[in-house]
Design a protein around this ligand. Structure first.
Ligand SMILES: Cc1cc2nc3c(=O)[nH]c(=O)nc-3n(C[C@H](O)[C@H](O)[C@H](O)COP(=O)(O)OP(=O)(O)OC[C@H]3O[C@@H](n4cnc5c(N)ncnc54)[C@H](O)[C@@H]3O)c2cc1C
Length: 312
């Protein structure tokens, strides 16, 4: 198990007024759906926006910073994540406020709660969030979407803070949304987002959310240790069909397996390491390239170091 040098005294020297929680060598596996991976060199849970901006402004510019949400589209590698990992807590970043057709949400809000708040306010267009088990922050970064809806359809603007600690606002156009991607600078940590719904009938929206839930239960291994869709759908094709055609349904590497239920999902079936899961994904990519000539691209984000790189 990796043990990084403790950075917290140096960080406290540089930013003595920090109010949030700084923990050295904090395991990250419990913060991800796959339940694998090494520790964060430092895990920071900011007290509020000013606290986060203060840390980023004071931090040695050489220190890497990574943000994680609810870990539902994430592999943390076994050697852990060097530098500071930021996780926004629900206390400071977990509110949803409604004003007419607009919803302002903190980025720690689970997408499912955003969908519910919109439905309760009779606002249509956000029901698709009911099926996505991530946070609003992850939805902004990934342009999360399902059942014919995507984050780009309902987002008005987002607020974030960059690596230098500057507060920034991004209009919808500046978010540069494409399929499962935002072109907003990689260093930006989003803190809140403004969405717009359409006036609708609460009962009809709730019925739509129930349909989304039922479709998920039937088609996805939602009770497994997984990371959602592993690969992006290539233009004009479905990743799961290519994976299936390459004979990878049920394929295993160590404790990791391609889901039998939905073969664009990898699962931690039996004590897998991050290396098992990533290695399985790479093996699937290799077989798909061999059978169909298509290069699949990872949708799942992979962060941190392999055990060998961490020197553990
Ligand atoms: C069972 C299951 C079903 C899924 N179904 C779908 C689906 O239908 N559609 C879909 O789109 N996705 C789906 N996913 C994937 C996942 O839920 C989404 O990608 C989600 O948006 C990720 O959010 P998260 O908070 O878990 O982010 P994480 O997985 O923690 O991180 C994902 C990325 O977002 C970045 N990020 C997180 N928070 C912030 C922030 N505040 N500021 C900046 N960047 C941030 C991280 O750095 C990372 O690059 C599914 C996952 C699972 C496990």
């Amino acid at each position: 198990m990796t043990v990084f040098p403790d950075l917290t005294p140096a960080i406290r020297d540089r930013a003595p007024g920090l109010r949030g929680r700084l923990i050295a060598n904090q395991p990250l596996s419990d913060l991800t759906w796959f339940r694998v991976g090494g520790p964060a060199q430092v895990l920071f849970t900011p007290a509020d926006t000013e606290d986060l901006a203060a840390l980023l402004a004071a931090l040695d510019p050489e220190t890497p910073v990574t943000v994680v949400g609810l870990g539902s589209n994430l592999i943390v590698r076994d050697g852990g994540v060097p530098g500071v990992v930021v996780r926004l807590g629900g206390k400071a970043f977990g509110s949803v406020e409604i004003d007419g057709e607009h919803l302002r949400a903190g980025t720690a809000v689970p997408d499912m709660r955003l969908a519910k708040a919109a439905a309760e306010a009779g606002l249509d267009g956000l029901a698709f969030f009911r099926g996505i088990p991530g946070s609003v922050g992850g939805a902004l970064r990934m342009n999360a979407g399902a059942h014919g809806g995507e984050t780009t359809d309902v987002l008005v603007s987002a607020e974030g803070v960059d690596r230098a600690g500057n507060l920034r606002t991004f209009t919808h156009a500046e978010m540069g949304f494409t399929y499962r991607h935002s072109a907003a600078p990689d260093d930006v940590i989003f803190m809140s987002a403004l969405f717009r719904g359409r006036p609708g009938d609460r009962a009809a929206i709730e019925a739509e959310m129930d349909r989304v839930t039922a479709a998920r239960e039937a088609a996805q291994p939602i009770r497994e240790r997984t990371g959602g869709s592993t690969f992006k759908n290539p233009p004009g094709a479905k990743a799961w069909q290519l994976v299936d055609a390459a004979g990878c349904r049920g394929l295993t590497v160590g404790g990791a397996q391609v889901s039998e239920m939905h073969c664009n999902f990898l699962i931690n079936r039996d004590g897998a390491t991050a290396a098992d899961i990533e290695g399985l994904g790479e093996e699937v990519r290799r077989r798909v390239r061999e059978t169909s000539g298509v290069a699949l691209h990872w949708e799942i984000k992979r962060i941190g170091l392999a055990t060998s790189e961490a020197g553990a």
